[in-house]
Design a binder for this molecule. Sequence first.
Ligand code: TXA
Ligand code: MG
Length: 333
Amino acid sequence: MLTQILKIDENSLKLAENIILGGGVVAFPTETVYGLGASALDGAAVNSVFEIKGRPNDNPLIAHVHKDYDITRLVDGVPQYARLLAEAFLPGPLTMVFHSKGVVCKEVSCGLDTLAIRVPSHEGAQRLLKYLDIPIAAPSANISKHVSPVTSQHVYSDLNGKIPLILDGGKCSGGIESTVLDCTGEIPVVLRSGLVTQDMIAQVAGGCDVYVMKEGERVRSPGMKYKHYSPSCRTLMFDSGETGQAVKAYLQIENAGETPYILCENKVAKSIKVKNVLNLGETESEMAANLYQKLREGEQLADVIIAVAPEKRDGIMTGVMNRLTKACGKIIK
Ligand code: TXA
Ligand code: MG
């Protein structure tokens, strides 16, 4: 199959519509990462998304809709706090889980009686969703377990030959996947951290918990139990104060004839005297926006990526650290 990459315009939107209404899939940009979209009303099309990605079929997908779509067509029992959150943060990188009405096909939620809904703010995503005016089921447009794509080229390198069309909307500005929030209870519960943080949610909703899996419990967000975001090369991670250890590991790897790269925040990058550095940047939002880009650059260049964990861990950095740990493994103590 030939994979086309096209800018978003009338022609490419028409083509995307033909493909999706014909049961096919199309990759498209959002403000977080690129998505791989199929009609959420077409079970066979949704199944092919799982197949193309090699995704386990008990990890449910998010239904994406445009900003004027009435979500009560799809879900029941939207609590007052969720309406306030929608007003404050949508369109944007916040996905909310509600009781499903069963309008969307069961393949989307993998048989769960809930449905995750997201209204992306990316202009290209809005145009596509508005053009189609149906819910689009879309996971990130990478091969399962690989680093999520933040450019059309990343999608191409994972899915070339497997999908007919990638809509190109430039580099994603957010850089990590949306916050997933369970809105089926009395107070909202964060299932996956992201750019809309627990504090931001609590301020609007009057409270917000974070889901921590207890032993023996059935997972609330099945995606959390899988390995994720992994670059194809070896990885190591040291704590923020352990730059010396990271440089030591770098020199050892170099002496063994292999190519190491250190992945770190800007202030660490400036303080170390090694040649191969993947600089995540200075601010929290820069680090989120650059993380996947730098992991993908790293896997091309390095035999081993040596990450130095950023110092800050709260707010947006909760999400960044969550992805970095899944990509590079636990901090070496
Ligand atoms: O930013 C994003 O959310 C991107 C873009 C493309 O929109 N999408 C994305 O999709 O990250 P995916 O499939 O890679 O991750 C979806 C997450 C998974 O952790 C999944 O378990 C969770 O959402 N999820 C989906 N439906 C759910 C449900 N009904 N209940 C609980 N968790 C759900
Ligand atoms: Mg994903």
